[in-house]
Design a protein around this ligand. Structure first.
Ligand code: FAD
Length: 452
């Protein structure tokens, strides 16, 4: 590496995704000089953006949707002055087009919670009265979760949990399954119910109407949080370096950060790398971490595939629609969200374990076919550009039998973990990553009350 590591920082953070950057920002707020080291040339990890070669537009590595209940993420964005880089709806409102092409809107109005949810569900024409009452009855279960009463069984899948609580096939098709697939990146039949129950408790279990509202980034992801976080860290005496692949050498429980020819020991380290990068991060006496490294290596990934389509004219009349039961489950009109800066549609396939191996051509054709069937305006439009983005390790699997998730403290003094896969109780999301970043920062500050 060009500049030496030895301008001794107070803390080193490895990885500049949401977890690493939020940890660094929180540490900077505590007055710590932080050095953030990122292997890739760009910031943001699994929530980032790049320039599309054909159009020159900034394109996200996949559409990211936040929720009003992402309290830590919203706190992080406020801290770095980036709150205006997202747009929060006033309440839950979403248009769904079922497999028969019927378009309906779930709108949970301005009334007090949970009355607005009740009214929204009871007025949703996608559901029969039986379906509506089934969905309403789920409110009791969700509120119990919110009070800390576990309503899920160990290793129970989302599908089993929903069925056990009387959810009908139609409510699952139109409401719970699309929500679960989006939040967990795994189908209801595969994912464990616990993290979904926590998401629902945070969305619907409070008095805050906006907790269930969708929050969309209004700028590409790197601009949304990564660049402002870097500015904040640097303005507080820290540094963010990219293109630096770090090794952590453990030697008689001493932690040495090695980057190229440079090495630094005796500084607290937050490893904010994903589970799949953890085993390669450490060398030397890794015995104290062996259980952690074995669990990380045994954790399965879950992919996401995105098809971006550029049409010769606008084809959507709202920012996004849900396409339940399809390969591409959501379509976003980036023009409606980014304004004049973007002109493409982003179609998302979550839980894409099988789909991710399709050819680009097959994915694009499928996306176009499903969109044309759902949106009449697509029929007269021409595709002028199309791209596919695969993220094979978008999230970690939360299927029953997956290894337990670790906490931020490790068996090695001075070494802390952050990342969406830390035991936050949430699925692999920006909110889980940011919460883990804040937890790691607070753990460092608690353990080392003053700068070393
Ligand atoms: C396509 C897609 C769509 C998604 N949609 C949503 C969504 O709608 N809503 C939502 O909340 N979440 C979504 N997610 C999940 C969300 O992006 C992740 O949970 C979150 O970004 C994880 O952040 P992280 O900081 O934990 O990890 P990462 O973003 O993976 O960051 C870790 C960083 O560590 C770096 N690193 C690894 N090894 C080293 C090393 N040895 N030295 C230095 N640096 C290293 C990596 O390069 C990386 O930048 C989506 C993810 C994808 C891929």
């Amino acid at each position: 590496m060009a500049a030496p590591l030895l301008t001794r920082p107070d803390v080193i953070v490895i990885g500049a995704g949401c977890a690493g950057l939020s940890a660094a920002v929180r540490l900077a707020q505590h007055g710590r000089r932080v050095l953030v080291l990122e292997a890739r040339s760009r910031l943001g990890g699994r929530a980032t953006a790049f320039k599309d070669r054909a159009t020159g537009e900034a394109v996200d590595n996949g559409q990211h949707v936040l929720l009003g209940c992402y309290t830590s993420t919203l706190t992080f964005l406020r801290a770095i002055g980036a709150e205006s880089h997202v747009r929060m709806a006033d309440e839950l409102a979403v248009t769904m087009i079922d497999q028969q092409g019927r378009r309906t809107r779930l709108h949970c109005g301005h009334g007090p919670v949970p009355l607005n949810l009740l009214v929204g569900l009871l007025q949703w024409p996608a559901l029969s009265w039986r379906d509506r009452w089934a969905a309403v009855a789920m409110g009791t279960v969700i509120r119990a979760e919110r009070r800390g009463v576990a309503t899920t069984l160990p290793d129970e899948t989302v599908a089993e949990w929903l069925t056990r609580h009387g959810q009908t096939p139609r409510v699952r098709e139109m409401l719970w399954d699309p929500l679960a697939l989006a939040a967990l990146n795994q189908p209801s039949e595969v994912a464990t119910a616990g993290p979904f129950a926590q998401v629902l408790a945070e969305m619907f279990g409070t008095r805050d109407r906006r907790a269930a509202a969708l929050v969309l980034p209004t700028v590409p992801l790197d601009e949304m949080y990564a660049a402002p976080a870097r500015t904040f860290i640097e303005a507080h005496g820290g540094e963010v370096r990219t293109g630096v692949t770090v090794q952590v050498v453990l030697d008689e429980r001493r932690v040495t950060v090695v980057a190229g020819a440079d090495a630094l020991s005796g500084v607290p380290v937050v490893a904010a790398v994903p589970w799949f990068a953890l085993p390669a991060l450490f060398s030397g006496d890794v015995a104290p971490l062996s259980a952690l490294l074995t669990a990380a290596a045994a954790t399965a990934p879950s992919p996401i595939a995105t098809v971006n389509l550029w049409f010769d004219r606008p084809v959507m009349d709202e920012a996004f629609v849900g396409l339940p039961g399809r390969v591409m489950q959501w379509a976003f009109d980036k023009r409606a969200v980014f304004g004049g800066r973007a002109s493409h549609l982003s179609l998302v396939s979550s839980g894409a374990a099988e789909v991710a191996s399709w050819t680009n051509q097959a994915l694009i054709e499928k996306a176009l076919h499903e969109l044309t069937a759902a949106l009449p305006a697509v029929r007269g439009a021409q595709v002028v550009n199309a791209t596919v983005i695969r993220e094979p390790r978008a999230t970690f699997s939360i299927a029953p039998g997956q290894p337990a998730r670790p906490s931020t403290a490790t068996a090695v003094a001075g070494l802390f973990l952050a990342g969406d896969w830390i035991a936050t109780g949430l699925p692999a999301t920006i909110e889980s990553a940011v919460r883990s970043g804040h937890l790691a920062a607070e753990a460092v500050v608690a353990r080392y009350p003053s700068s070393l």
